[in-house]
Every structure is written in structure tokens, then in C-alpha cells.
Design a protein around this ligand. Structure first.
Ligand SMILES: *[C@@H]1O[C@H](CO)[C@@H](O)[C@H](O)[C@H]1NC(C)=O
Ligand SMILES: *[C@@H]1O[C@H](CO)[C@@H](O)[C@H](O)[C@H]1NC(C)=O
Length: 379
């Protein structure tokens, strides 16, 4: 046929995003129905209604179109926003389950079979989001010197630190590696002209906006922690910000060393995911009992802990976690800066990146997350 499609090309390009969202929207609408249909978790995104519609200061969505979120990437080019994101990651070489072939999961065009492949994809996605949301920041991956995974990224480096990174010891090792990292920075401090502020974080998070303003809005803290209204575990050990001054670094070491001591003396028996969180809470509680009353409010506050100025930020301000199940669910705050894809939400992290990569629109991606966040996905 001699018909050229060239005149149609602009029209097609215009329609592609439309087809994309329609095909997403036409997937099953009600998470409860699918549960009844199959005991297995769904292997594609399921969109439900967005929570928080009509509420003030909440993201408003029409399908996967954001109606009120200003695109975050337009306001993030201050030079003061260079942050080193530091995370602990390893692939357990001695763990045969890692290479086990699991149920196939495809996200975008990529098929993930082995568990190690999925872990690495999460790490790379964490790095991708930082690259997009905070382009002048970098990522440092603290890892077992024996780990063999490849990290070929221009905004991220692997930094081997000796230790025991076995699964059962990982949370304890994480604190040790954080301390070792801070000590290295401290040693090289004289040589560096200026140091970056540091954020220690889990790697199952997507940074969707500039976090540098924590350091600017609150110029006096050494270390910042986030809290939530949860009686037994109000502090989140998955996010620790440290000011990159000599003082900030040495004070953060003081706190982390005490957390490490408390962990080893009191919480070695705690479930492996909790020990560091409980130890962190114990340290704060014993030096700053007045903090306890403030954990059920929603305002940030500061306090002195062993001479260290600690800023407490309400998780609800920055950090949003898709809730488990369909219970209370007040939508997504407009100023969200981090989305945390815990546990069964990890697959959604890759889906979100895949959506962002084809649409370049963070606000719309947040709608996708909001609409899919109640479902547990297979990954
Ligand atoms: C993202 O999408 C929203 C809603 O469709 C739109 O208002 C906004 O301008 C888009 N941003 C970019 C950078 O395209
Ligand atoms: C983004 O999508 C393109 C194809 O559209 C693909 O080649 C590329 O690998 C993707 N990038 C990431 C980081 O996923």
C-alpha cells in the first residue's frame, strides 16, 4: 500500500498517552472482587477509586490525572540540595533461594524471575527516582565487600564495608555500617571543601520531591528522625537525616553508637526487622521523655538527646505509605516527598517507575500509586 502514515504521526503521538491511561483504567476496578476470583495476588495493576477526594490538602485525581499537584520537578535546582542518600544493600550470596526461579513477574517490558533480580531492580528504581527528583544528589550503597552485584550508575557508588550482612543480622549491621560511613566522612573531612548533607534510608522508597528543604527550613538540627502516632514504634529507623557539618556528623555518631549498644544489650531477641527501631526509640525515650507526648501530635519539634539537637518530623508530612487493606485511608498529602513501598507494595514501586518513565509526569504517577495502593501485588 502506498498510503503514508506520516500525516497521521502527530495524531498518533497525541493519542498514545490516552490509550495508555485508558488501558490502565480498563483493568479491574474492585480489589475485593479479584480476591474472590483468585487466591493469588494479581499480577497487573488494579486501579481502585482514589481516596481523599474532596478533602483539603489531599491529592485530587481523575483516573491517573492529577488535578491539583504542581509538578514537583520544577522547583528543585538549588545547589544546597545536594544530598548523599545512603542505603545498605546486599545480595546474599550464600542464600540459594535468591537464584530460585519464582513466579514470573513482568513490569513494563522486563521479566523478573530470580529474587536477586527483583531486589536489584528495587535498588535501581530507588536510584532512578533520586536522579529524577534531586538531580544534584547522589547515592551511596553500603554493602558487603563480598557482594557481587553490579551497579553501573553515574549518580551512585558501591561502598564496601566489612561486616556480617546475613539476613538475621542485617538490621544490626545496618547501624554498624552507618556509623562506619560517618567515621569515614569524618576522617576525610579536612580534605573536602564542603560536605553534603546525608539521608540514611531504606531503599524501597521513591523520592518524589526535593528533600533538601528539611535542612533549609530547620537550620539548627544535627540529626532528624520521623515519627508517627504508633504507641510501640513511633520512630521510623528507615529515615535518618544528618547535617553534613563536622558537628552534625560527630553528634550523629554519638546517637547511633548508643542505639547500637542498646540494640545489642536489649533487643537481640527482637524480630529481625524491629531491633533497630526499638533501640532507637529506647534511646530517645530515655534521654528525652518529653518527646513521648508529642508523638501523637502532627507538628515537628526539636529536643536535645545527649547534647545532640534532634529534629522530629511527623511522617505524615513527607512520607506516604500505601496503607494495608481498605481501612481508614485519607488520601495522599499534597506535599508528599517520599513514597514508601513496604512489603507487598514493592511491585508497585517498579510499576510506578515504569509509568513515570513513559509519561514523565510525577504528579500523575502519584495518582497511579494512590489508586493502586490498596492492593497487594505479587513480587
Ligand atoms: C502532569 O499532568 C498534569 C495533569 O494531567 C498536568 O496538569 C501537568 O501539567 C503535567 N506536568 C507535566 C510536566 O507534564
Ligand atoms: C525507560 O523506557 C525506555 C523505553 O521507553 C527504556 O529503554 C529504558 O530502559 C527505561 N529506563 C528505565 C531506567 O527504566
Amino acid at each position: 500500500m502506498a498510503v503514508s502514515i506520516r500525516p497521521l504521526l502527530p495524531l498518533l503521538l497525541f493519542l498514545i498517552p490516552f490509550f495508555y491511561s485508558v488501558s490502565v483504567l480498563h483493568q479491574k476496578w474492585n480489589p475485593e472482587d479479584t480476591k474472590k476470583l483468585s487466591p493469588k495476588r494479581p499480577d497487573q495493576l488494579i486501579l481502585g477509586p482514589a481516596a481523599g477526594q474532596g478533602l483539603p490538602n489531599r491529592l485530587q485525581c481523575q483516573g491517573v490525572r492529577a488535578m491539583n499537584k504542581i509538578d514537583p520537578s520544577t522547583k528543585n535546582s538549588h545547589s544546597g540540595d545536594q544530598i548523599s542518600f545512603v542505603t545498605v544493600f546486599t545480595i546474599y550470596k550464600s542464600d540459594p533461594t535468591n537464584e530460585k526461579i519464582l513466579d514470573k513477574v513482568t513490569v513494563g517490558e522486563i521479566l523478573y524471575s530470580a529474587k536477586s533480580e527483583r531486589s536489584l531492580a528495587i535498588l535501581n528504581t530507588y536510584i532512578n527516582f533520586i536522579q529524577v527528583s534531586m538531580p544534584s544528589s547522589n547515592v551511596v550503597v553500603l554493602t558487603d565487600p563480598d557482594s557481587t552485584f553490579l551497579l553501573d550508575r553515574n549518580n551512585a557508588i558501591k561502598l564496601p564495608i566489612e561486616g556480617d550482612y546475613s539476613r538475621s543480622n542485617l538490621m544490626l549491621q545496618r547501624i554498624k555500617s552507618y556509623i562506619a560511613y560517618l567515621k569515614r566522612i569524618q576522617e576525610s573531612y579536612e580534605m573536602e571543601k564542603s560536605n553534603k548533607n546525608i539521608i540514611f534510608s531504606d531503599s524501597d522508597i521513591a523520592v518524589v520531591d526535593n528533600l533538601g528543604d528539611i535542612f533549609q527550613k530547620h537550620p539548627d538540627f544535627h540529626m532528624a528522625l520521623t515519627f508517627r502516632n504508633n504507641k510501640n514504634q513511633p520512630l521510623n529507623s528507615g529515615f535518618i537525616a544528618v547535617r553534613g557539618t563536622q558537628d552534625g556528623i560527630s553528634k550523629a555518631i554519638v546517637i547511633l553508637e548508643e542505639v547500637l549498644d542498646v540494640y545489642m544489650s536489649k533487643y537481640m531477641g527482637a524480630s529481625r526487622m524491629l531491633g533497630d527501631q526499638l533501640a532507637l526509640y529506647w534511646v530517645i525515650k530515655s534521654h528525652l521523655p518529653s518527646a513521648m507526648q508529642q508523638f501523637n501530635r502532627h507538628e515537628s519539634f526539636t529536643g536535645k538527646v545527649k547534647g545532640v539537637s534532634v529534629l522530629f518530623l511527623p511522617c505524615a508530612i513527607y512520607n506516604w505509605t500505601p496503607p494495608e487493606g481498605a481501612g481508614q485511608f485519607h488520601g495522599m498529602p499534597l506535599n508528599v516527598k517520599i513514597v514508601h513501598f513496604k512489603g507487598s507494595r514493592k511491585r508497585l514501586m517498579l510499576e510506578s517507575w515504569n509509568f513515570y518513565n513513559s509519561t514523565s509526569n510525577i504528579s500523575n504517577m502519584l495518582c497511579l500509586i494512590l489508586c493502586s495502593g490498596r492492593t497487594k501485588y505479587d513480587f
